[in-house]
Design a protein around this ligand. Structure first.
Ligand code: SF4
Ligand code: SF4
Length: 297
């Protein structure tokens, strides 16, 4: 179940990459940039600001799930079967179904179009999400197929999965981007819906297995970007064997708009990206713990 296939990505590993975004995630991070990635089934996306108020979607719906609510078309979720007929009928692309079932062979066909860019830039394929470890057979088949074609592969994961899955799939990738959201179990649960014990266990197991791991920390204002939290994260990472590299990801405000489009509550309204000087301070906490950290994009 794929929700996006992005070509020319430069934020999901080295070089120019084809990023395959799998739908479905066991975490529910309150700042998630891709809230449409969390639910494992297809979803109807509505962009009210594009609506021309023509009523074509209402006429097209076979389930009578749509009706006028003032000047707005409202969807009855109890009736909607996410068939996509309203999206097909809409002349303004105000409606879309997010998420479709794809085969590995289909994805490889898309990837093959980008081969010249990989060669020139040192790029490759990134399997991300959502959570790629939540679709282990598909992720394994895709990573293996890329490896057979000698393509550089990145697995981007929250690390929240059965340990045998994390270790097996991590071993199929050239690089694992491993998210660490918060060093404290309870605060991790508050922000993501799950604790961090399994995640840290899997991180240790991947490092022990010799997998190349880059730990990525999304900096969320007021949640994990304070001095105390960063010092704890730095101490925790500095005690790992071997000590992995770290990338600090500045906050992005774009998530607010995406949550609004999906009608989802958003806890970080008004939060802004950290200033450059603040990011330097964040990085210094890691340097003092003997951890090499860079600020990412
Ligand atoms: S996705 Fe299908 S069932 Fe749902 S509102 Fe659109 S047309 Fe109706
Ligand atoms: S078909 Fe599209 S533009 Fe027309 S009313 Fe429905 S959502 Fe709006």
């Amino acid at each position: 179940m794929v929700f996006d296939l992005r070509r020319y990505s430069v934020h999901d590993g080295p070089g120019i990459r084809t990023a395959v975004f799998l739908k479905g995630c066991p975490l529910h991070c309150s700042w998630c940039h891709n809230p449409e990635s969390q639910w494992p089934e297809p979803q109807l996306l509505v962009r009210d600001h594009r609506c021309l108020h023509c009523g074509a979607c209402i006429a097209a719906c076979p389930r009578a799930a749509l009706h006028w609510e003032g000047a707005r078309v409202a969807t009855d979720p109890a009736r909607c079967e996410v068939c996509g007929a309203c999206a097909d009928a809409c002349p303004a692309e105000a409606r879309a179904v997010v998420g479709r079932s794809m085969r590995v062979t289909e994805i490889l066909r898309e990837i093959e179009r980008d081969l010249p860019f990989f060669d020139q830039s040192g790029g490759g394929v990134t399997v991300t999400g959502g959570e790629p470890l939540a679709q282990p057979q598909f992720t394994s088949a895709l990573l293996s197929a890329c490896r057979e074609r000698q393509l550089h592969t990145v697995l981007d994961t929250s690390g929240y999965a059965p340990t045998e899955v994390a270790v097996a799939l991590g071993g199929l990738a050239d690089l694992v981007l491993f998210d660490l959201k918060h060093p404290d179990d309870e605060r991790h649960r508050e922000g993501t819906g799950v604790g961090n014990a399994l995640i840290l266990h899997n991180l240790r197991r991947l490092l022990a297995a010799g997998v190349d791991v880059l730990v990525r920390i999304p900096l969320v204002p007021g949640y994990n970007d304070g001095a105390a939290e960063l010092q704890r994260a730095a101490a925790l990472i500095g005690a790992l064997e071997p000590v992995p590299r770290v990338e600090l990801l500045p906050f992005h405000a774009a998530a607010e708009e995406k949550h609004r489009r999906f009608g989802l509550p958003y806890r970080h309204a008004g939060a802004r990206p950290q200033q450059r000087s603040a990011l330097d301070v964040c990085r210094d906490h890691f340097a003092r713990a003997g951890v090499t950290a860079v600020v990412g994009g």
